[in-house]
Design a binder for this molecule. Structure first.
Ligand code: NAG
Ligand code: NAG
Ligand code: NAG
Ligand code: NAG
Ligand code: NAG
Ligand code: NAG
Ligand code: NAG
Ligand code: NAG
Ligand code: NAG
Ligand code: NAG
Length: 448
C-alpha cells in the first residue's frame, strides 16, 4: 500500500514535467484505410473502398484531403516547432493509353479548401501568382512526375521539399538507398554508393510508403516500395527551420492535381504523431490493392500514349498540356504536331531505345544541339532525322487536311514514304512492327 502511494506521489510530481515535455494536445492517428470521418475532402477527392482517391481521370482537377481539425504545430507565442513524424502509403495509378501526371503533395496549410491553388503542374498546392510568398505559410513534400522548368524541377520523377513555393528548396530522384549501401552509416557518397541507389518510378501504379520526420530544424524524407522495411538512409535530410513557416496550428493532408496529363492519386494509409516516431509501424503495408496496369509494353511509352491520346481525340496541339501550350509562341505549331506524330511512331516496346517525353519536348522546343542532349542521343537523332526527312510533309500531300491526321486517315495511309524514312536510321531492324501496329490501333501501317 505504501509502495503504491509513493508511486502515485512520484507520478503526481512528474505530471507537470510530462505535460511540459509533451506537446500540448499532441496528435496521434493511424488510418489503415479511410472513411468519411478520417479526413475532410475538397475538390475531386473521394473515399472509395476505404481508399482516399484525390483525382481520377478528369483533367485539370484538384483533389485535396485534410485531417478534419487543425493540428498544433508550434508552441503558442514561441518559435518552438513541435516535432512530428508522419508516414503514408500512396499510389499514382496511370490510366490505359493516357499520358500520366502530375503528382501529389503532402502538405501543411493554414486553411481548408483548395483556394489559391491550381491544377496541372501547380499540383493543387499553389498557383502561378502566389508562389514564393512567406505569407503562404505552407510546407509541401512533393512527389512530382513532370519536369517543369518554371519551378526548376530536376526531372520528371522527383521528391522535393517545398516551402511556400513549388520551387523546391531541395529535391532528389525518387527512390531509396538500400541499407547495404556504404554511406548509410558514414555519410560517405562514393561512386559505388551512387550505383546502389534504387530509383523508383513514382507513377507506375505501385504502392510506396513515405516517412517524413521533423525535429530540431531538421527534416528528413524517406520512401520505399510498400512492404519494405524503412531504409536507414533518408532520401532527403535537410536543415529547415519551420518556425516562420508554420502558424501555431495547421491543417495537414494531401493535395494533388491532373492537367491534360491525368492519373489517379491515391492514399491508402496514413499515420501522424507529434510524440511517437514509431507510430508508423502500425501502418499495414502488405496485402494492399495494386494499381499497376497489366504488363503491356505500350503503356510504358509515354510518347506513344501522348500521341495516341491526342490523336484519338482528333486533336493535337490544343490538347497538349498547359505547360507546352504556354510555350506555344516559341515554336511553330505545325512542327510540334509533326514531332508528336513522330513520337507516336517511335513508340518502342523496348524502353531503352524509345525516345523519352523529355527528348521529344527538347526537340519540340528547338533545342536541337545534339551535344546538349547528351545520352539517349540515339533516339533524339532519330527524331531529328524523322524531321529532316520531312515525313509529315509527304504525308500531308496525300491526306486531306495536312497536319491533323486522325486514326482513320492513318489507317488509310499505307506509306512507302514511311519505310523510306526508317531505312537509313540507326534504329533499322529494331522496330517491332507487330507491336507498333497493335499499339497504335492503326493496324494497317506497314513498315517494311
Ligand atoms: C471511421 O474509422 C474510424 C477508425 O479509423 C472509426 O473509429 C469510425 O467509427 C469510422 N467511422 C465511420 C463513420 O465509419
Ligand atoms: C471524377 O471525379 C469527379 C469529381 O469527383 C466526378 O465528377 C467524375 O464523375 C469522376 N469521373 C470519373 C470518370 O470517375
Ligand atoms: C492565386 O491565389 C491567390 C490567393 O492565394 C489569388 O489571389 C490569385 O488570384 C490566384 N491567382 C491565379 C492565377 O489563380
Ligand atoms: C521563386 O523564387 C525563385 C528564386 O528566387 C525563382 O527561381 C522562382 O522562379 C520563383 N518561383 C515563382 C513561382 O515565382
Ligand atoms: C569514402 O569511400 C571511399 C571509397 O569507398 C574511400 O576511399 C574514402 O576514404 C571514404 N571516405 C570517408 C571519409 O570515409
Ligand atoms: C529523421 O529525422 C528525425 C527528426 O529529426 C530523427 O529523429 C531521425 O533520426 C531522422 N532519421 C534519419 C534516418 O535521419
Ligand atoms: C541528417 O543530417 C544530420 C545533420 O546534418 C546528421 O546529423 C544526420 O546524421 C543525417 N542523417 C543521415 C541518416 O544521414
Ligand atoms: C528558428 O527560427 C526562429 C525564428 O526565426 C528562431 O527564433 C529560432 O531560434 C530558430 N531555431 C533554430 C533551431 O535555429
Ligand atoms: C509508439 O508506437 C509504437 C507502435 O504502435 C508502440 O509499439 C509504442 O508502444 C508507442 N510508444 C509509446 C511511448 O506510446
Ligand atoms: C497512299 C498510298 O500509298 N496508298 C497505297 C496503299 O496501298 C495500296 C496497295 O498496297 C496502293 O494501291 C495505294 O496506292
Amino acid at each position: 500500500m505504501k509502495k503504491f502511494n509513493s508511486k502515485l506521489d512520484l507520478a503526481l510530481l512528474l505530471l507537470p514535467v510530462i505535460l511540459f515535455l509533451q506537446p500540448i494536445s499532441a496528435i496521434d492517428f493511424v488510418f489503415n484505410g479511410f472513411n468519411s470521418s478520417s479526413v475532410s475532402l475538397y475538390g475531386s477527392a473521394i473515399i472509395e473502398s476505404r481508399i482516399l482517391t484525390l483525382t481520377n481521370q478528369t483533367s485539370f482537377e484538384i483533389g485535396r484531403a485534410l485531417y478534419p481539425t487543425k493540428i498544433p504545430t508550434k508552441a503558442p507565442k514561441s518559435s518552438f516547432v513541435y516535432p512530428f513524424s508522419t508516414s503514408f502509403i500512396f499510389a499514382m495509378a496511370p490510366y490505359k493509353n493516357v499520358l500520366p501526371g502530375h503528382g501529389l503533395v503532402f502538405l501543411f496549410v493554414p486553411f481548408t479548401g483548395i483556394q489559391g491553388s491550381s491544377s496541372a503542374q501547380n499540383l493543387g498546392f499553389l498557383n502561378f501568382t502566389n508562389g514564393n510568398s512567406s505569407d503562404n505559410h505552407m510546407l509541401g513534400i512533393e512527389f512530382d512526375v513532370f519536369a517543369n522548368e518554371e519551378f526548376s524541377d530536376m526531372n520528371d520523377n522527383h521528391v522535393g521539399i517545398d516551402v511556400n513555393s513549388l520551387t523546391s528548396i531541395e529535391a532528389a530522384d525518387a527512390g531509396y538507398w538500400p541499407d547495404n549501401s556504404r554511406s548509410s552509416s558514414n555519410g560517405n557518397t562514393s561512386d559505388e554508393d551512387s550505383n546502389s541507389f534504387k530509383e523508383q518510378d513514382l507513377n507506375n501504379g505501385k504502392n510506396y510508403q513515405v516517412w517524413i520526420e521533423y525535429e530540431d530544424s531538421m527534416i528528413n524524407v524517406t520512401m520505399a516500395p510498400a512492404g519494405m522495411k524503412r531504409p536507414a538512409r533518408p532520401l532527403l535530410n535537410v536543415s529547415l527551420n519551420l518556425s516562420d513557416v508554420f502558424e501555431d496550428e495547421m491543417y495537414a493532408g494531401f493535395t494533388s492535381s491532373t492537367g491534360q496529363l491525368v492519373q489517379s492519386h491515391k492514399i491508402l494509409a496514413w499515420s501522424f504523431s507529434n510524440s511517437n516516431f514509431s507510430l508508423s509501424e502500425r501502418l499495414i503495408t502488405t496485402g494492399l490493392p495494386s494499381f499497376v496496369l497489366p504488363k503491356d509494353p505500350f503503356y510504358r511509352s509515354k510518347v506513344f500514349i501522348a500521341g495516341a491520346t491526342l490523336m484519338l481525340q482528333g486533336q493535337s496541339l490544343n490538347a497538349l498540356d498547359e505547360r507546352l501550350k504556354a510555350r506555344g509562341e516559341q515554336f511553330d505549331e505545325g512542327e510540334v504536331e509533326r514531332m508528336l506524330h513522330v513520337g507516336l511512331l517511335c513508340a518502342y516496346p523496348d524502353s531503352k531505345v524509345r525516345p523519352t517525353m523529355r527528348q521529344v519536348v527538347k526537340v519540340m522546343e528547338g533545342n536541337n544541339e545534339l551535344g546538349e542532349i547528351e545520352s539517349e542521343d540515339m533516339d533524339t537523332c532519330l527524331l531529328q532525322q524523322m524531321k529532316s526527312k520531312d515525313f509529315w510533309s509527304s504525308y500531308s500531300q496525300s491526306s486531306s487536311h495536312g497536319l491533323h491526321p486522325t486514326f482513320d486517315e492513318i489507317r488509310r495511309y499505307n506509306s512507302s514514304s514511311m519505310s523510306l524514312s526508317w531505312s537509313n536510321t540507326v534504329v533499322e531492324g529494331r522496330f517491332s512492327v507487330a507491336s507498333l501496329e497493335e499499339a497504335a490501333e492503326v493496324g494497317r501501317i506497314k513498315i517494311q
